[in-house]
Design a protein around this ligand. Sequence first.
Ligand code: ATP
Length: 649
Amino acid sequence: NPGKKHYHPIKDAFWKKGEKTPYLAIAKTFEIIEENSSRLRMIEILSNYFRSVIVLSPNDLLPSVYLCLNQVAPAFEGLELGVAETNIMKAIAQTTGRSLQQIKSDSQQIGDLGVVAERSRSNQRMMFTPTPHTVESMFNKLKSIAKMSGATSMQKKVDTIKGIFVACRHSEARYFVRSLLGKLRIGLAEQSLLQALSQAVTLTPPLENKKEPYNVNVMSDKNEATIKLKVEKNALILKTVFCRCPDYDQIVGILIDEGIKALLEKCKMKPGVPLKPMLAQPTKGVHEVLERFDSIEFTSEWKYDGERAQIHMDENGVISIYSRNQENNTSKYPDIISRISLTTKDSVKSFILDCEAVAWDQERKQILPFQVLSTRKRKDANEAEIKVQVCVYMFDLLYFNGESLVENPFSKRRDLLYEHFNEVEGAWKFATKLDTSDMNELHLFLDEAVKGNCEGLMVKTLDKEATYEIAKRSRNWLKLKKDYLSGVGDSLDLVVLGGYRGKGKRTGMYGGFLLGCYDQENDEYQSICKIGTGFSDEDLKAHSNFFKDNIIKEPRSYYRFDSSLTPDDWFDVVQVWEVKCADLSLSPIHKAANGIVDPEKGISLRFPRFIRIRDDKKVEDSTSAKQVADMYQNQDQIKNQQTHRDAEE
Ligand code: ATP
């Protein structure tokens, strides 16, 4: 019964086996997900929807996954929807007979064009009933809209949107319009989707459902603890595979045809598909490094301040470059691509290199700060027009001539890197390294790195515990930044939750913002500080312009904050800022890491200062509540208090 208020994605599934999944089924599922704030509940609802699809129309699992994520292709292909709001408004106006003015004013009042579209629909009378949308047809149409380009594409998009809109039923218009805008607003993180998917394929395995009689509750006779264990095991497989091969086309295909176990064997790393990078843990000084790596051999490298570049070449010589965030940066770096043959020796057939692209002053032959690199064009750069040159610092080799190397120790990967790749002045360099555990030598090396315009050092294990840990902030890579030495601590990457209107010179824009960290455990954003320092006037203008398009009427159910902090405007979580602070302290108001360090208090930042926007991080990649708690506890004065207490006891 699609009209039912509390739709249950299994009990109320309203299409027959072999039929295509109606788009309305996923829209109804989104409705109940939107009404539920608990992460576990969201996962269960989505998992139930996937289970119905597996049984009734398994080929719709892939488009369903993409619709949930609001993607039309694997993320690394960079094909995005994001249709301009005014064009959608035009299409709504033209199909409903309402004026553009009415639609605009409703949208301002309600703060959600999706809801405006849904409500506008019900005013309409139809001569005959159009064919209802299916999950597959909607996905294909959205994909075709994303692909439209060229001079007449705007009109073509509006016409296609009108065609789709006419056939929308119930809440379909809401989610269709939100998809077009690029924001589904149901609060579903990708990790939750992966969890739901593994839960679904565990409880209702696609392979077993190929035979008759099919059964939604294949595992219902097993005991609950066994089921839970199996779900967790499968979730781990799925998440692991997703890190090295974030490609649902491959993953879902294998899940349906061969089952979850086949994923590990079949979904392998390959050039052209970016993998999530290994990350480092902060340390506060050479002494901490030496303590951690007491009996383990390690090396130290300069930590370059540029942009991570994962450079891929497949066996056909096709080159692609991905960011830290698996975004496709290939068209940003035509200069790197045209110089590939300078670094590869004849033995090289295919590879994945882990590198840092750094702005380079060709005359002075020196590294330039990150700010210079950030002025480069982000997409479709024309090599002849490039003003900021880059030098690529290669620090790891993850795949070579058809084989993944990630299971090999770093010393082996580094040997292969040195053996098969060349250095070229100002274009290709190996990260400057020093293999020593001598404290004085390390101090000197750190000083040199800082003098050489680097952020500090990356310290890495060489043989023992030295595999490449995809997607992990690993203890086998330690970062030692110059900032830590002055006691300021590591910077944090925080999401912007809301804005406070400015006064005086800042009238007409935001003068301050509410920031939060991400608590993975509960899938929520927790307030950590208000910030009003570190911005230039241009920064503030740019932020105000950017966030005014991301205002939401109410805070999301997954924002944790004290009402005394309520900003003038709430924002959708869409941007990550790098922020530094004097120190971290316990706070009765802020909610960051609440319950981890103190049962009642959270943690807040003292004297936070804006450093830069981190476009290369997704909101879920922002500093986690656990990291905030670790940073708090790692502060000297907190450690000293602890030692003092231990001594007293
Ligand atoms: P931040 O850049 O703020 O330190 P992050 O979260 O992006 O943080 P970290 O794990 O903290 O990443 O630091 C690793 C980053 O440093 C890498 O993503 C890479 O871009 C950069 N980097 C520079 N030089 C090196 C190197 N020699 N080895 C590894 N990473 C390096």
